[in-house]
Ligand binder design. Structure first.
Ligand code: NDP
Length: 248
């Protein structure tokens, strides 16, 4: 059964990792997919083709989620080319880890801008359309680190915790118009972002997870499918940990 037949989804940061997994899952479920990247043009264009071969409309857009102006222009273009936006997934994110003692102002600001300000930029840009449509689902990719904190990631944890407050507030503001807003808090997902870590750190993470493995982009994509589809029609303002039991 196709859960997103003919829905239009806009996903930020889908040229690799979790975003790419979400784009593929959504296309398999019949969604038309607009997605962004910041610099990885080659994999983004390859993904565009792969999604189109599944019989859906798909397009890659180069757009900096941290820029208010870029985000507004992006949404305008997607509306022109796709005719609406039913689902927004704020997935683009970066890490610039360091102990607070050594963290530069630039490293703090760029992580907040890319991970948190981007959510404001994109949500504000789609809000009018979703209000007119009287429907919409917004999904914000937070992190277990935003729930529990992590040494060496004050910038990242603050951005991800901020996304949770933003999510709950949007759910309260827009619920009466049938616009839902939820967050996902992935645990340790094996993508390029986590490949930066040393193997012994990665193994320690895996050992500490009750399900004894790192997550995959598909694990997160399936949670997004739930929040994007009518299966979650009565769910808003929630944070779903998809972490193999890490925070249990
Ligand atoms: P990756 O680093 O593998 O991919 C990040 C994606 O975001 C890429 O497509 C990248 O594009 C894009 N991106 C980065 N900066 C921008 C920007 N300014 N504007 C638009 N797009 C941008 O990360 P993951 O797939 O691992 O993570 C995806 C999300 O999930 C992030 O928000 C991350 O914080 C969150 N998350 C990840 C976890 C993990 O364990 N992997 C755990 C918890 C949360 P490009 O390729 O062009 O640079």
């Amino acid at each position: 059964m196709k859960l997103l037949q003919d829905k239009i989804a806009l996903i930020t940061g889908a040229s690799r990792g979790i975003g790419m997994g979400i784009a593929k899952t959504f296309a398999h479920h019949g969604a038309n997919v607009a997605f962004t990247y910041s610099s990885s043009e080659v994999p983004a264009l390859a993904l565009e083709k792969e999604l189109q071969s599944l019989g859906v409309k798909a397009k890659a857009y180069k757009s900096n989620a941290a820029s208010f102006e870029d985000s507004a222009k992006l949404v305008e273009k997607v509306l022109e080319e796709f005719g609406g936006i039913d689902v927004l997934i704020n997935n683009a994110g970066i890490t610039k880890d360091n102990l607070l003692m050594r963290m530069s102002e630039d490293d703090f600001d760029s992580v907040i801008d890319t991970n948190l300000k981007s959510v404001f930029n994109m949500t504000k840009a789609v809000q009018r359309t979703m209000l007119k449509q009287r429907k919409g689902s917004i999904i914000n990719m937070s992190s277990v680190v935003g729930v529990k904190g992590n040494a060496g990631q004050t910038n990242y944890a603050a951005s991800k915790a901020g996304m949770i407050g933003f999510t709950k507030s949007v759910a309260l503001e827009l619920g009466s118009r049938n616009i839902r807003c939820n967050a996902i808090a992935p645990g340790f997902i094996e993508t390029e972002m986590t490949q930066k870590l040393e193997e012994k750190t990665v193994q320690a993470w895996r050992d500490a997870i009750p399900l004894k493995r790192g997550g995959t982009p598909d694990d997160i994509a399936n949670a997004c499918l739930f929040f994007a589809s009518d299966l979650s029609a009565y769910v808003t303002g929630q944070v779903l940990n998809v972490d193999g039991g890490m925070l249990t």
